[in-house]
Design a protein around this ligand. Sequence first.
Ligand SMILES: Nc1nc2c(ncn2[C@@H]2O[C@H](COP(=O)(O)OP(=O)(O)OP(=O)(O)O)[C@@H](O)[C@H]2O)c(=O)[nH]1
Ligand SMILES: [Mg+2]
Length: 317
Amino acid sequence: MSEPVNIKLDTGISAPPSAQQKEGDAMVESTYRYDALRDADVNGFSSSRRPTLVTLFGISECGKTTFVGSLFAILCRHPQLLKSTFIDSDTLTGFQRRVHTRYLSEKGISDQPRTQRRAGSILNVVVGNERGDDQRMVIFSDLSGELYNDAASKDEIVIQQTAVKYADKLVIFVDAEKLLPAKNNAYKASLQSLLTRFEGNGMFASNTEYFLVFNKVDLIENETKKAVEGIEDECDIQRKREEVANLWKQRKQSVLDIVSPLINIPQDNIYEICSKGIEYDNEDPGLIALFNRLITEKMPSSLSTEYNWIQKLVKEK
Ligand SMILES: Nc1nc2c(ncn2[C@@H]2O[C@H](COP(=O)(O)OP(=O)(O)OP(=O)(O)O)[C@@H](O)[C@H]2O)c(=O)[nH]1
Ligand SMILES: [Mg+2]
């Protein structure tokens, strides 16, 4: 018999703006019902089992929002790939907005707007196994990358990021687009400052499971195609392909050299993905494998008595 999951949410902030709201009143961002929530609102979720907190970590434009939008899209339209059933969410609008903007950006109609610093970042889903049993809640933190950019140089921003400290699974995004150019030192330096500052402030907890994700690897394939354009000889094509592949290997290694001294990431937790790779029946295998790891594996066990923002939500039940 599956455990019941009961979501109750009454945070006030997700209510529609009041009719009496005077013109000129400061509009609170994310006021749509079911929009993404803020860290503090997570205490409004109620579940019979401690939810899993998955935190997406990375500087602007690395693809965090696209990633979580794609996860939701797959859960709704091809859930067999995740051996899961979508049961419910308190943040449907937050997800739909991400799926929609991803779609527009794919069609070239508009670029995915950057997640605003003050916008809600918390999304949740309740999923069950293929029969809908064994239900559990997964909470995602999709913070604005600008906050992470700021955090690279400011301790006070770092220590506010409770979703990093209490993450069950922390997914560190590396942007292949920024690594590809020969001049990528500034990008690597910002990644290093960011990680060093979080580590220095004790924000990388030892019971968190860490993932390192090289996103936008479709661009490496594009790079290869460009490199072999106009070359006829098969051997020359092969040589060029190997050249691009070796260069990419070196670039990845240079990131691992930055990350490894700061965080222990098992080899199995390093992924190369295309966050946009959700074409039906042609989904990116790396992306699907990672989604499976994030929503199905190693669900938290019983609660510790220690208080923190994510555990409080269950205590209040
Ligand atoms: N080619 C390619 N582009 C991608 C991929 N994932 C995301 N993008 C693009 O990268 C840009 C930034 O993506 P977002 O998902 O908004 O990135 P983000 O990390 O949420 O950015 P912030 O909200 O600023 O932190 C958008 O134009 C996306 O379409 C990918 O796998 N491949
Ligand atoms: Mg975003």
